[in-house]
Design a protein around this ligand. Structure first.
Ligand SMILES: *Cc1c(COP(=O)(O)O)cnc(C)c1O
Length: 396
């Protein structure tokens, strides 16, 4: 009889802890190995490390117990073969793409990508002869039409920023498989507590751990999980290019990830309550949250995401920049901060921050307007979050 698989909360608390079993102190919680190098007693030990023994370390750019523990933890949460932790989400994305692709290759990506990812693809990879086509990733015919003999992979995000459009990962995985392509999914907005793209056929999942996996807005990092061969290529690239993370960032993220499942329940519950309150408010023209029946991907989200739709939503005011500014100043407990996924609720303005590079026409085509505000809903009490927005909206 096969053993019952452990739940996501249990894995978050226990996976990776025994990375320290060979160490001397028997500390209950994982210490911070804030060291750049490790000591060797014999040439045989050096040979052992270079032969790939994972219990040994040599130099922190190559690997460190804190990095390894976090990799084990997130690998177990996502259900993948291997994982690689990096200095930032962008370092992880760079390692994934530059570890796999070569000059002459082509990739297809969602046109609603995180802005810096789009810049990496269009401004950097293009200089090394890696071509790309950005498509409406919800239009499978458009994805199919973009495939060329040079195409190696399809890149999407589980949910887009700021309109939270949901990617049909099972359908994209089937399409990728049929054409011999790899599927890479940025799962930052959902986290493995709510959705696991590898189980739906993705080859590689990535996270900016700066966001939900750490969850406390105090550490920067990124992680890849999935196909062992691809991870090995990304690791080689990272060791050569130097995007390795510090032990302290790995340790903070490992600590933060322990409470991932609890936090994601609270983020989801609070975002649902806020989305419903915003939709009922006369100052609000439109709310984008997949937990609402009015969202175009509501049914898809219900099919894919088990226990909630996460804490990211956006809404558009009837008014423009002036009303946004007044709302910003009227909110008492909700800061304006252009990042997301921390325990404290925050708002951001896509037009002035993440999507600043886009023309007004391009923004309008995406349904992003002067009055569009993105909310990263925190884990405070739902009634307090809703009350803060309602009082600020009432005062406009
Ligand atoms: C923040 C973010 C990134 C980039 O991660 P950094 O840690 O800032 O480098 C990539 N993808 C998504 C969806 C993000 O939100």
């Amino acid at each position: 009889m096969s053993e019952r698989p452990l739940g996501v909360s249990t894995r978050a608390v226990h996976s990776g802890n025994d990375i320290d079993q060979h160490m001397v102190t028997r500390a209950k919680s994982l210490p911070i190995y804030e060291t750049s190098v490790f000591v060797y007693d014999s040439l045989a030990q050096v040979d052992d490390f270079l032969a790939g023994n994972p219990d040994n370390y040599m130099y922190t750019r190559i690997g460190n117990p804190n990095q390894a523990a976090l990799e084990m933890l997130v690998r177990d949460l996502e259900g993948g073969e291997a994982a690689l932790f990096s200095a930032s989400g962008m370092a992880a994305i760079s390692a994934a793409l530059l570890g796999l692709l070569s000059a002459g290759d082509h990739l297809i990506a969602s046109r609603e990508l995180y802005g810096t990812t789009q810049s990496l693809i269009e401004k950097e990879l293009s200089r090394f002869g890696i071509a790309s086509t950005l498509v409406d990733i919800g239009d499978l015919d458009a994805v199919k039409a973009a495939i060329t003999p040079a195409t190696r992979l399809i890149y999407t995000e589980t949910a887009s920023n700021p309109l939270v459009r949901v990617s049909d990962v099972p359908a994209l995985a089937a399409l990728a498989k049929a054409h011999g392509l790899k599927l890479l999914v940025d799962n930052t907005f959902l986290s493995p507590a709510l959705y696991r793209p590898l189980a739906d056929g993705a080859d590689l999942v990535l996270h900016s751990t700066t966001k939900y996996l750490n969850g406390h807005s105090d550490a920067t990092g990124g992680i890849l999980v999935g196909d062992a061969d691809w991870i090995a290529q990304a690791r080689r690239f990272q060791i050569n290019a130097g995007g390795s993370a510090s032990p302290f960032e790995a340790w903070l993220t490992f600590r933060g990830a322990k409470t991932l499942a609890l936090r994601m329940q609270a983020h989801s519950r609070n975002a649902q309550a806020l989305a419903e309150a915003l939709e009922a408010h006369p100052r609000v023209a439109k709310v984008h949250y997949p937990g609402l029946a009015s969202h175009p991907d509501h049914d898809l989200a219900r099919r894919l995401f088990g226990k909630g739709c996460s804490g990211m939503l956006s809404f558009t005011l009837h008014g423009g920049l002036d009303e946004v500014d007044r709302l910003m100043r009227g909110l008492r407990h909700t800061a304006f901060a252009p990042s997301l996924a921390g325990v404290a609720s925050s708002i951001s303005h896509p037009g002035k921050t993440s999507h600043r590079a886009l023309s007004p026409e391009a923004l309008a085509e995406l349904d992003i307007h002067d009055g569009t505000i993105r909310v990263s809903v925190g884990i405070e009490d739902a009634a307090d979050i809703v009350a803060d927005f309602v009082q600020a909206l009432d005062a406009l």
